[in-house]
Each structure stands twice: as structure tokens, then as C-alpha cells.
Ligand binder design. Structure first.
Ligand code: ZN
Length: 592
């Protein structure tokens, strides 16, 4: 009995820690937000404070029993503490990588340790234990890529694995581009929140959607009341977590919006620290005016401004990127925070109607478009303008340069070009007949198209600009369906393969910067886009000698290759080239 009466000697440090582990009854961090049902915590305490009767259920504890229990407790505590000491320090450690940290600095050799959803250590060598150790074997460890211009609104619900993105190393996408967003944003984000998904996603609020909600597709100025209502919708969008205001001034109804009207809405986004990002009014003959307008909206609206998917459309306009980039440089010199994003292809993609019909013919919506096409006089006017557009703008001067991506009313037309359709309609292939064929397409139900009308020289010049980031303008297509633009599958990998490795247009480090820290900085995502302790563990591991886009215009449904491992919020989603079924993606809200 002597032992029992002596106070126990103080436990050794390790034991103390073990004991603390054993009696720590707080819920685990993951469960901390959910309070225990009433009485539950108390019950647990009771259970723990009073050991199970060691010598028979009905026997009350004796002093001997207490003693035995006490010794057992110390032994168990000691065991637990030594287990804790030997247990993993980290959840994931990636070893032997070439770290391209996203800042643009030269790569360096090192290991990266992750705990929970966070990068906790970056060092030349991390030998500590980890639940999972990945050997990068000299491959690049980069921040997960961020796509600031994505059309994944429907695709994310159809394919929440977002394999086309993950296999390029993309871990965050931003929806609501080109002036088009769901309204209200909160509802969309709540649905996304509920959806188990592999990738992170946020959104912009769309100026065109806001205008359509208030005054429809009419070509007129808003009244003071309507403008106030539009301001309120933008404000709601920003409060709901939008990253800024997007516009599509090329499209209906954006095209009916004056610069001043956009500025009034931009000012609202500015108050909430958002950005302005624009598919410009004109990317062809008036592209320089459009860049000036985009800069003016940032300058007078008081917010960062971005030319999205910058390109020069139409053979007669090729080369104008020298001037547009000069305009951006001049703006930046006088303190306007103007930037650019771009995808690395010489073809664009949008609907045939939106691309080739004059804006005035699109006013009011589809019924009105069809009525105008039935009116012989208006039809002749439309045809003349479409002919000009095929000649000088998105048609790239040849009906062959317009390829149908998807026609919901006849899937067999996917992949056929406008010259094929013209012939199918029994006509010789002339520009005017191609316009006739395009009008027929619009009447039948419209198609999405791919427009080969961009020069490689302009693409390279824009890519080299330090304020240019990479964005896909793609989405999450249904694998194997229709003939979408290869940018959906290849954008980020193509930059690394073609423009870094093959052509040496930009360095690997600069390419990664354009895909990670630059868009993160643009969005105000201060905890993503860099490989640094404290950042969220969004990571792409790829072989710089092997990474490549496999998708082509002819065979777009091909995943990018060479990205071996992708981690989203600390969870491995692509493991040694295999997609795992985990869904750690989160909704990202601006300013939260
Ligand atoms: Zn666009």
C-alpha cells in the first residue's frame, strides 16, 4: 500500500505530453465548429475520470484497483507519447524537387512539407517522418496554377473532378468571365459549396448579366433608376464574394453599354477591392481603341484593370499588339494598374452568331434576330456585314478558318468548317455564300465555333510581356463530346511545352509566375500562388522535359501529359499520374 500512498513522482516530459493527449477531451480541430450535443462532453469526462471497473462490473473500485489503474494509465501514456514522438510530423513531404516557387526567381533544389491544407516548411532537405513521402525525382515543384478566365459554370457540376484542368496542374479557376455570371452570385456559390469538387473555384460578377437583369437586351441608355439598380446588383455580387467586375463589351448586351456606364459599375467593384476584367469591345480593327477603353475604365473607375484573352483578330490587323502593349506600358508608367491574360493558340472560340452577326442584328434576343433574318432588306444588310467579318475579322479571310465546335441541334456538324457547310448547302465556296451558310447556322439554332484568325507573332509578343498571365478561356468539357477548342485541355501545358521548352520564348520560371503568383496577386489571393511556408498547399509537380499538351484542333479530347502529382488544399488529387477520387476543392470568396 506504500506505493499507493506516496504521491506519484512527476511524469517525465514525454509521459506528461502523452498523458495530455490521453485526457484531452476537446473535439478534434475538424469538429471544433460543431458543438457536442448537450451532456455529451460531460459524459465523456465521467467515462474518462472513472475507469471501467477492472475487477468485475459490480465491484466498486478499491484502492488496489485505483492503483492498478494509475499504473496502467502511466504505461499507456508513455506508450502514446513515444508513439507520438515516432509518428509523422507532416502529412505530406515532397522530396528531391526543383522548386519553381511562382515568384519568377530561378528554381532551387528542395523539399516541401505540408500539414493539413498548408505548406509548413520548405528546406533543402526535410528528413522528418510524414504520412506520405513523395519523391519528385528532380521534377519541378510549382504552385498549383490559377486560371483567371474560366467558363466552367456548368462543367464543374457535370465533371467535378475537372480532370482536364487537374492534368494541366491547375488547382484554382475563376468563373463569371466576359460579362456573364449567374445572379445572384451567392446562390451559385452556395451550390458550388455544397458540391464535392476537386478544384478551387471563385467568380466574377458579370456586367452583361447585371444589365440584362435590369434592362434586358435592349440597345439604349439606362435610366437613373436602372443605373442605381445595376450598381446595387454589382454591390451584392461583391459582398457575396466576387473577385471583381467582368465585362464582355463585344457581346450583347455589353456592346450596348457606354464606357461611362461601365465606369459607374467599376467604381462599385473598386469600393470592395475588386478588379475589372474585360473581353473588349473590339479585338480586330479597333483593338487599340478597345485597349484604351479598358485602361480608361481602370483609371477612372479606380481599380486594377485587365485585358482578358488578349489577341489581335483579322489578317489586316496583325501586328497591332506592338501598339496595344505600348498602351499598356504607358498606362502602367503613369500608375494605372493594367494587366493582360492570354491563351497560347492562334484561334479563338465563341458562338458563330455572336462572332459573325453585327451587334445591331443581335439586339433584343433570338426571336428578334430570326425576324430580322426573315426581312429581305435586313437580311441583305446582315449578309454584307457577315461577309466583311469573314473576310477581315473572325473568319480569318477564308471560310475554312471557321470550324464548328458544337451544334446542339446536329452533333454531326462538330468539326466541319464553314466551307464544308457552304458546299453541303449546295453553294460554291465564296465569302458571300459562306455568310449565307453562317446565317443558316444561326437560324437552325446556332453553334459554337473556332475561329483561326490570330497571328503567331502577336501571340508571342503578348506572351513575352511581363504583365501577361496565362488563362485558358476554356471550361470543363464533357470528355469525348463535340469538338471543343483544345485550350480546355492544353493551355497551361502548351505554354510549358511549346513556348518554354521548344521555342524558348519565356523561361520556365516566368511561365510558372504567369500561371500562379501573378493571377493570385491580381485576385488578391494572398495565401495561394507561391511555394512558401504559410501558403495553402496547392501544388503541381511536373517533368519540364515531358510536360506537353496533347489536345489538337482535330482531336481536342486529349489530356495534357507530364504532370505527375497535383495537390489541392493539402490533399493529393493526382498521384503519380492517376486521378484519385478525392474532392478537396473549395469555393474561394474575395476578401475572405
Ligand atoms: Zn471572352
Amino acid at each position: 500500500m506504500q506505493i499507493a500512498e506516496d504521491p506519484p513522482s512527476p511524469p517525465e516530459r514525454g509521459q506528461g505530453e502523452g498523458l495530455k493527449i490521453q485526457i484531452d477531451l476537446r473535439p478534434s480541430p475538424g469538429a471544433s465548429r460543431r458543438p457536442l450535443p448537450e451532456g455529451e462532453g460531460q459524459k465523456r469526462l465521467l467515462r474518462s475520470d472513472h475507469p471501467p471497473y477492472a475487477f468485475g462490473a459490480d465491484t466498486p473500485p478499491t484502492r488496489r484497483g485505483e492503483l492498478v489503474y494509475f499504473i496502467l494509465a502511466i504505461l499507456v501514456a508513455g506508450f502514446l507519447s513515444s508513439a507520438a514522438a515516432q509518428g509523422p510530423s507532416y502529412d505530406v513531404v515532397i522530396r528531391n524537387g526543383r522548386i519553381v516557387d511562382g515568384s519568377g526567381s530561378p528554381w532551387y533544389r528542395g523539399d516541401v512539407a505540408i500539414r493539413g491544407d498548408t505548406i509548413v516548411r520548405v528546406a533543402p532537405s526535410i528528413a522528418d517522418a510524414a504520412t506520405r513521402i513523395l519523391d519528385a525525382a528532380g521534377e519541378v515543384i510549382a504552385p498549383g496554377f490559377i486560371d483567371i478566365h474560366s467558363h466552367a459554370r456548368e462543367g464543374i457540376f457535370e465533371s467535378p473532378a475537372a480532370e482536364n484542368y487537374i492534368r494541366q496542374g491547375v488547382t484554382t479557376i475563376i468563373e463569371g468571365p466576359d460579362g456573364s455570371s449567374p445572379l445572384p452570385i451567392a446562390e451559385f456559390l452556395a451550390r458550388l459549396d455544397f458540391l464535392p469538387k476537386t478544384i478551387n473555384i471563385g467568380t466574377m460578377v458579370g456586367q452583361g448579366s447585371v444589365r440584362a437583369a435590369v434592362i434586358g437586351l435592349a440597345d439604349r441608355k439606362p435610366t437613373a433608376g436602372e443605373l442605381a439598380r445595376m450598381r446595387t446588383l454589382v454591390e451584392e455580387g461583391m459582398k457575396d464574394g466576387a473577385f471583381g467586375l467582368s465585362s464582355g463589351l463585344f457581346y450583347v448586351p455589353g456592346t450596348f453599354t457606354s464606357t461611362d456606364e461601365v465606369i459607374e459599375l467599376a467604381k462599385v467593384a473598386a469600393r470592395y477591392g475588386g478588379i475589372y476584367i474585360s473581353h473588349m469591345r473590339d479585338e480586330a480593327s479597333k483593338v487599340s481603341d478597345s485597349v484604351q477603353e479598358t485602361i480608361a475604365i481602370g483609371e477612372r473607375g479606380g481599380l486594377p484593370t485587365q485585358v482578358t484573352h488578349h489577341k489581335i483578330i483579322g489578317t489586316g490587323n496583325w501586328g497591332k499588339s506592338s501598339e496595344t502593349l505600348r498602351l499598356v506600358d504607358e498606362a502602367r508608367k503613369r500608375g494605372v494598374d493594367a494587366t493582360i491574360d492570354q491563351y497560347p493558340y492562334t484561334a479563338s472560340s465563341t458562338s458563330v452568331g455572336a462572332a459573325l452577326l453585327p451587334a445591331w442584328a443581335q439586339e433584343g434576343g433570338r426571336e428578334k434576330v430570326l425576324a430580322r433574318l426573315k426581312d429581305p432588306g435586313l437580311r441583305a444588310d446582315i449578309k454584307a456585314e457577315m461577309t466583311r467579318s469573314i473576310q477581315n475579322e473572325r473568319g480569318g479571310g477564308d471560310p475554312k478558318n471557321v470550324v464548328l465546335a458544337r451544334c446542339e441541334w446536329d452533333e454531326s456538324l462538330s468539326g466541319k468548317n464553314l466551307a464544308d457547310i457552304t458546299r453541303m448547302r449546295g453553294m460554291d465556296v465564296t465569302l458571300a455564300n459562306a455568310a449565307e451558310a453562317a446565317m443558316w447556322i444561326v437560324e437552325r439554332g446556332n453553334c459554337s465555333g473556332i475561329f483561326h484568325a490570330i497571328a503567331e507573332d502577336d501571340l508571342r509578343r503578348i506572351l513575352r510581356h511581363p504583365a501577361t498571365m496565362i488563362a485558358s478561356d476554356g471550361g470543363i468539357p464533357i470528355f469525348g463530346k463535340a469538338n471543343p477548342h483544345p485550350r480546355n485541355y492544353g493551355t497551361f501545358a502548351r505554354v510549358l511545352a511549346v513556348y518554354v521548352r521548344e521555342l524558348n520564348i519565356i523561361t520556365l520560371e516566368d511561365a510558372v509566375r504567369k500561371m500562379s503568383s501573378l493571377p493570385a496577386q491580381r485576385l488578391g489571393l494572398t495565401d495561394r500562388g507561391l511555394i512558401r511556408p504559410g501558403m495553402k498547399a496547392d501544388i503541381a509537380v511536373f517533368d519540364p522535359a515531358r510536360v506537353r499538351d496533347a489536345a489538337t484542333f482535330e482531336k481536342p479530347h486529349q489530356y495534357a501529359e507530364g504532370v505527375s502529382t497535383v495537390i489541392v488544399n493539402g490533399r493529393i488529387v493526382l498521384d503519380g499520374g492517376s486521378m484519385l477520387g478525392v474532392r478537396p476543392g473549395r469555393v474561394l470568396y474575395h476578401g475572405r
